[in-house]
Design a protein around this ligand. Sequence first.
Ligand code: ATP
Ligand code: MG
Length: 237
Amino acid sequence: MLTISLVGQKGGGGKSTVCWILAQAALARSHESTILLVETDKQGSTSGFVKGAHAAYPELQDRLFCEKVSNGEELYDLVEKAMESGVDYALIDTEGRHSDLARDVMSMSDRIIIPVKPVLHEYHSQLATVALYEALHATLKEDGHQAAPCGLLLNNLKPAQKLTLEQAGALDVITGHPMMLPFFMPFRTAYETLGRGRILPLERSALTGAGQGLARKHLDVDIAEANTILASIEGMA
Ligand SMILES: Nc1ncnc2c1ncn2[C@@H]1O[C@H](COP(=O)(O)OP(=O)(O)OP(=O)(O)O)[C@@H](O)[C@H]1O
Ligand SMILES: [Mg+2]
């Protein structure tokens, strides 16, 4: 099982969205992969997503699960149980604030992702989360352990957009951070609407009509992008 957590104290950076995109990619990988979405956020956006997905695709009830946890002990038990029952991916969506739970989430993950939108003040807020990770890293090192790989993921980037000088400067600062991952998440309309319970690979399989070629093409691009992000996260060292 691979446990990937989405953390960051700045709300709206894209933790829930990235979590769902990774779930889409994991579902697209194989018809058998099982995915557990773990929610530590009281907002409940991830459980809402899973509810919507189950309503639209009842067959997913056997391979897409969502559980809420409110403390480190519950999280530990859940991760143990998921490993024993053969879950392939545990994706942990967290709330936008620092707490003991955020630290527990980090220490129980195999990969830690801090999504950040290409905006300077949002980036500065996320640096507090980088500091939290660094503190964890130092503590674990003292005890002879290693922290899981962690990186800032530039999210919501519109590659074709014309940047003002100020925006270009901000992007330079943000991408210059030593923990910035060498891949990014583009802005996509389909990603913006995932919260409605959409499951892109299943939507794609249902598009068999002759006049649906363009829709198929768009979904293929979105799914391929999601796959690239998941594969890149898996490959983080
Ligand atoms: N790559 C993307 N493409 C399109 N829209 C995106 C993308 N990433 C995030 N968004 C949009 O940005 C908004 C905030 O994203 P999201 O809810 O995932 O952030 P969050 O970090 O989970 O916030 P919170 O801390 O409040 O839980 C949402 O409306 C989402 O649809
Ligand atoms: Mg969220």
